[in-house]
Design a protein around this ligand. Structure first.
Ligand code: DGY
Length: 438
């Protein structure tokens, strides 16, 4: 199959998942029937290459559900569906007094990609005047979102924001969270899983893991999703390197875009202040010398969670590590994840006994993390490894199809694509990998 054929197939996947009436793209049929926050960001990057209108509508649809306090939720329930649990009746976002009045949403968020997505689509789209006009209409909403993070999600005022739920991390069932589950003992909830009717249960979280997930939401709901109460009470309170990297990268993009727009000195000044503080604290608090990698910080129990995951390498994407630290980080990446028997990049440390190459975020390769890693390696001058990540990502999709995640083990030759098929961000980022000239 030629690259052009592959791009055409990817466009078909995206177009089939696009909901024309509401103007957004589902991540995939059945498994994820609504609009997901960071999925939409990556999807818009792919759409920008062939359909500017769709890319803009994708972003507008997400922002149309922004809360009055700047918060952008992780799922927007634009439509009804009985193929997903937990749906809008479980989340009850309206408990929060400033929740969207027009849309039902969740009361949690996802990695804040929108800032850098706006910059990406500005770079991709040829009609600069038109796209800058679009950005002018929307950029303050993203700024407001960042303001919300720094004022409500940073109780120590240190420049790093917390997440209170594993679904906010994007890396939903990562083995990192096992350390936190050990501190909790939630009730056994009665619920009907829907995900395992679409996908083999061996590739999804366990029922017991869902008890933890639901319990964290129940705690937040009991306090009407109030940030201060969550910071005080949630057993899950984590400073996540991937999440904070996305915010820092998005800050940098907002600075560049406001400079293009002009007359935005106050906002640029504030963004730069956030940025200096965030990068400094990130390097002090989230780096683990012994592991030679960035790690998660458990803010509830005041300690680093000493595990290496694909999130550990994402700070390269936002220029967070010094040259020396970047060298160490890439050495760790290659020694542990880049061995001859594996494709890059497993989502969790392949040397750990918690590694599972088939189960969602406990080991498989994800195309969005590979895209972030590719960009990060490239911008730090690790061109050859960056090319390897790009080629292996393309080859996964060429060989197996537009799956949600892939088995990192080279010995697996059949059915190495797992989770949902015709998965939107795999299609969108494939288009970008093949078309972007970076
Ligand atoms: C799920 O249901 O697994 C979603 O990824 C949560 O965001």
């Amino acid at each position: 199959m030629t690259n052009n054929d592959l791009i055409k197939k990817a466009e078909t996947v995206l177009n089939n998942n696009f909901k024309e009436d509401k103007g957004f793209t589902i991540p995939c049929e059945g498994l994820y029937p609504f609009q997901w926050n960071w999925d939409s960001g990556f999807i818009a990057i792919g759409q920008a290459h062939y359909d500017t209108t769709k890319a803009k509508r994708e972003i507008e649809a997400l922002l149309s559900a922004q809360w009055e306090n700047g918060f952008i939720p992780h799922i927007v329930f634009h439509n009804d569906s009985d193929t997903y649990f937990p749906g809008p009746d479980f989340h009850q976002s309206k408990l929060h007094p400033l929740a969207s009045k027009s849309h039902r949403t969740t009361g949690m968020t996802q990695p804040p990609v929108l800032g850098f997505v706006l910059k990406e689509i500005y770079n991709i789209i040829d009609d600069k005047e038109d796209i800058l006009n679009f950005i002018k209409l929307n950029i303050d909403k993203v700024y407001h979102n960042h303001e919300h993070f720094y004022t409500h999600r940073d109780p120590n005022n240190e420049g790093l924001v917390y997440i209170y739920h594993n679904w906010e991390s994007g890396t939903d069932n990562s083995p990192i969270w096992d350390d936190i589950w050990e501190t909790m003992d939630p009730p056994k909830y009665k619920f009907e899983r829907r995900d395992t009717t679409h996908v083999d249960a061996a590739q999804r979280p366990t029922n017991r893991e869902y008890d933890y997930y639901l319990h964290l939401i129940e705690i937040a709901k009991a306090h009407n999703y109030d940030d201060a109460k969550i910071a005080e009470l949630s057993p899950f309170l984590v400073q996540d390197p991937l999440f904070n990297t996305m915010l820092i990268k998005s800050n940098a993009a907002l600075i560049e875009l406001y400079e293009l727009i002009g007359n935005s000195e106050d906002k640029i000044k504030t963004l730069k202040q956030w940025q200096i503080k965030a990068i400094k604290r990130f390097n002090e608090k989230l780096y683990n010398e012994k592991l030679g990698a960035y790690v998660h910080y458990d803010l509830r129990n005041e300690k680093q969670l000493e595990h290496i995951s694909s999130s550990s390498f994402t700070p390269l994407f936002a220029g967070i590590p010094s040259k020396e630290r970047a060298d160490t980080l890439v050495k760790t990446l290659m020694d542990k994840f880049g061995t001859d028997d594996k494709y890059l990049c497993a989502s969790f440390d392949p040397e750990s006994d918690r590694f599972n190459p088939k189960k969602y975020w406990r080991g498989p390769v994800w195309i969005n993390l590979n895209w972030i890693l590719y960009r990060g390696l490239k911008s730090n001058g690790f061109d050859a490894i960056a090319e390897r990540v790009k080629e292996e990502s393309i080859s996964f999709i060429k060989t197996y199809g537009f799956y949600e995640y892939f088995d990192p083990r080279k010995e697996v030759k059949d059915n190495a694509g797992y989770g949902g098929n015709n998965f939107s961000w795999s299609a969108a980022l494939l288009i970008d990998l093949l078309k972007s000239e970076i």
